[in-house]
Structure formats: C-alpha cells, structure tokens
Design a protein around this ligand. Structure first.
Ligand code: NAD
Length: 231
C-alpha cells in the first residue's frame, strides 16, 4: 500500500509552534510578506534574519508531539510505502523519529547563499543571533533555506510522482489555502476517475478550505486523533 502524507503547521501546534492562519494572516506578529517573501528580504534582510533567528531559537526549545511520533511509527511499519511530505520547516518530524521526510518549503536549520549563481550548497546552521548579517564566502548575503511566498517549492517533481501512485492520501493540519500543496489532493480525484480505489483523509482542528476533496474529515487535534487513526 502506498500512503502519501502531507503535513502543515497544525501538526506542530501542540508542540508550541504557532500556525499562521490562527493569527489572521500575521505570523508571530509579522506581516507574512515582510518576513517570508523575496521582496521582504530585498527590502530589509535584517528584519528577515531577526525573524528566522527567533524562529530557530524557539524551535530549539520545543519537542515533537504524539502526532509526529505516530508518523515515525507508520514509517517503521510501511518503510518506502510511506511518503512523508511536510510544509513545515521546524524539523519536528525528524526529532520525532522520521527518517525520510521531504521538505517542500525548506528547512529552518539550513542556510544558503542568496546569490542563485553561487554553487555553495545549503548547509546546516543553528545560529540564531545575528548581530551582523551573515555573508557567504563569495561576498553575497546568505539567506534562510526556506521557500518563501512567490518561490517554487522544492522537490515538486518527486512529490507529484509519488502522489500519482498513492492509494491513500492523508493531510494533517493544513488550512488548504497555500498552493501548490493544497492542490495535491486533487491528483487523487484524477486517479479515482481512472478507476483506482483511493482514499483521502484530512485530520485537523477544522475543515480546511479544500474539504470537498477529502472522503473523510476528522476534526480535532492531530496529537489526539492521529495515533488512533494510524494504529
Ligand atoms: P496554516 O497555518 O495555514 O493552517 C494550519 C491549520 O492547522 C489550520 O487549518 C488549523 O485549523 C490547523 N490546526 C491548528 N491546530 C491544530 C492541531 N492541534 N491539530 C491539527 N490541526 C491544527 O498552515 P499551512 O496550511 O501549513 O500553511 C502555512 C504555511 O506557513 C506553510 O507553508 C508552512 O510552511 C508555514 N509555516 C510553518 C510552520 C512550521 O514549520 N511549524 C509554522 C507556521 C507556518
């Protein structure tokens, strides 16, 4: 059985990391476009690095919750039959024991050169106090290894290939408004129209914007519902 799991900010809410929909479009009191867009970085890289420094400092203090651990247990059972794709950047899936995680929106604890021509690869980075703006040896500014609004998510080719062979699609804690992630469940309807038996399941506090694409919507906290659902 092939299972495709897509996680969003809601799965980390019980670990103490704020989702951004819950704050009326503000993310930890910042306008998203100021701190999570290429234009915001070009306008004021200090504000952006301060924001991600705070996110890193906070993420270092939180722990995975039962939902992250339930997905790690599912990986132990299904092996390569599970494809875990996260929109989250916090690293809590790995902290919860998952080994194979596709980070479509990047990783909080990685940094890369902001110059797309520079060949230095992204590197692991837990720095969170940026008195000076970090610079690459090539001289350009460094930036968080995060996919910002307006940028193309990572690994889309691999993600599409796996969703196109999934039997079960499970989405956890994602409001269904950030594309292309919100459109992935639509691939399952195509598979169904081709005669495949597929199942689509949503787990989260409330019905997402794309709820009509799911066969089942389980409303509640991921940490409370997921261990039972996946058992
Ligand atoms: P979102 O903030 O738009 O929506 C979060 C969803 O989670 C909401 O529908 C909410 O009802 C639900 N939710 C809240 N608490 C929950 C709980 N305990 N259990 C289950 N569901 C719960 O999140 P999104 O759809 O992932 O889109 C936001 C974007 O912002 C993503 O691209 C993501 O990369 C980024 N982001 C990441 C983090 C993180 O890494 N933890 C945090 C905030 C935002």
């Amino acid at each position: 059985m092939d299972v495709f799991v897509l996680t969003g900010a809601g799965i980390s809410a019980e670990s103490g990391i704020a989702t951004f929909r819950d704050a009326n479009g503000l993310w930890e009191n910042h306008r998203v476009e100021d701190v999570a867009s290429p234009e915001g970085f070009a306008a004021d890289p200090r504000v952006v690095w301060r924001f991600y420094g705070e996110r890193r400092a906070q993420a270092l203090t939180v722990a995975p919750n039962p939902a992250h651990r339930a997905l790690a247990a599912l990986e132990a059972r299904l092996g390569d039959g599970l494809f875990l794709c996260t929109q989250n950047v916090d690293g809590l899936h790995e902290a919860g024991g998952s080994h194979q995680v596709v980070h479509m929106h990047g990783e909080l604890f990685k940094t890369r050169c902001a110059d797309p021509e520079c060949e230095r690869p992204p590197f692991a980075d837990t720095r969170h106090d940026f008195a000076e703006l970090p610079r690459c040896p090539c001289g350009a500014l460094q930036r968080p290894h995060i996919v910002w609004f307006g940028e193309v998510p990572f690994d889309m080719h691999r993600i599409r290939r796996r969703v196109q062979k999934a039997d079960v699609f499970v989405c956890i804690g994602s409001s269904g408004v950030v594309y292309p992630a919100a459109g992935l469940v639509g691939e399952m309807q195509y598979r169904r129209s081709m005669g495949h038996r597929v199942r689509t399941i949503y787990v989260g506090l409330e019905a997402p914007a794309n709820a009509d694409q799911f066969d089942e919507v389980h409303e509640g906290k991921a940490g409370e519902l997921l261990p039972g659902l996946l058992a």
